[in-house]
Write a protein that binds this ligand. Structure first.
Ligand SMILES: [Zn+2]
Ligand SMILES: [Zn+2]
Length: 289
């Protein structure tokens, strides 16, 4: 499980926790262990007394405002430089990086070499094109995927990083339930076990999806293409909903006042899914990630 870097040594005061450890202009990183990654965010110390930093290094321009980091300097470590090499910080940073590497190895070791190969091959078989706000991908002819999947996802693959062997996320309004009916056995649906309380989550997702479509608004099913531990490409539903339900508020009272037809639909879908509340964006998450 992820833990804060300061968890390991809470009893004693570490060097970096005291204000006099720092000088204005010191270069450092703010570190956070999240999932299986160590996030390192480059900062420059602005005021040791106020516990504030500037983002990035000093060379990065001067239009930045100093700000206080969560936990002040508790998660900040000096980075090595010729002028000022700080041993306690260097040791701690090395330890954190090593620890993260161990976790990472253990985590990714949960997928077979075959699964990692499959994932790498699929990733290499996606052609990315620049669009407004990012990239969208298409499986090439070389990709080991069913033809229909290549066709419906053309230009719709979204690069999406996760703690699993995710190939891509797809947010396009593709009619997945119909795809699966038309191509049985081609691609397995794997739902989040922790939310699949009755072993019937996919059928509830389909019902919710159809209910949204039947009410005359465009239903969306956001899905992730993932490789399982033993190397099978599967489809993992992420969220079901509609962009047309987006009212930029998460206040249920607001929905009720807004449109009684939508309110009834929201109640119905919420009861059908029973996996989580409607998000402000108009989507019900069907995965716990
Ligand atoms: Zn230091
Ligand atoms: Zn994990």
């Amino acid at each position: 499980m992820p833990a804060g870097p300061s968890d390991s040594a809470r009893s004693t005061t570490e060097a970096w926790e005291s204000g006099d450890h720092w000088n204005i202009g010191d270069r450092a990183v703010w570190v956070a262990q999240t999932g299986h990654r160590l996030i390192e965010f480059e900062v420059t110390i602005a005021s040791p007394d106020n516990g504030t930093v500037l983002s990035g290094s000093l060379s990065g321009g001067n239009e930045r405002e100093p700000f206080e980091l969560p936990g002040r300097f508790g998660n900040v470590r000096h980075t090595g430089s010729e002028q000022r090499y700080c041993l306690p910080c260097a040791r701690s940073l090395h330890e954190l990086r090593t620890q993260t590497r161990r976790w990472t190895d253990l985590h990714w070791g949960g997928w077979s070499p075959r699964a990692h190969r499959k994932h790498a091959l699929l990733q290499a078989s996606i052609e990315w094109q620049r669009v407004i706000g990012g990239f969208r991908g298409t499986f090439t002819r070389a990709a080991d995927v069913p033809d229909w999947l290549r066709q419906v996802t053309a230009g719709a693959l979204i690069r999406s990083y996760s703690d699993s062997l995710r190939v891509a996320r797809i947010e396009e309004p593709i009619d997945w339930p119909t795809m699966f009916t038309d191509h049985p056995g081609d691609l397995r649906i794997v739902v989040d076990k922790s939310l699949d309380t009755d072993g019937d989550l996919w059928s509830r997702i389909t019902k919710a999806y159809n209910a949204i479509g039947d009410s005359g608004i465009a239903a969306h099913l956001t899905v992730d293409l993932e490789v399982t531990a033993d190397g099978e490409l599967v489809l993992n539903p992420y969220a079901v909903g509609s962009a047309e339900l987006d009212t930029t508020t998460d206040d249920p009272e607001y929905y009720l006042q807004l449109d009684p037809r939508h309110a009834a639909l929201i109640d119905h879908v919420t009861a059908t899914l029973s996996t989580g509340p409607l998000q402000p964006a108009g989507f019900w998450p069907v995965t716990s990630q």
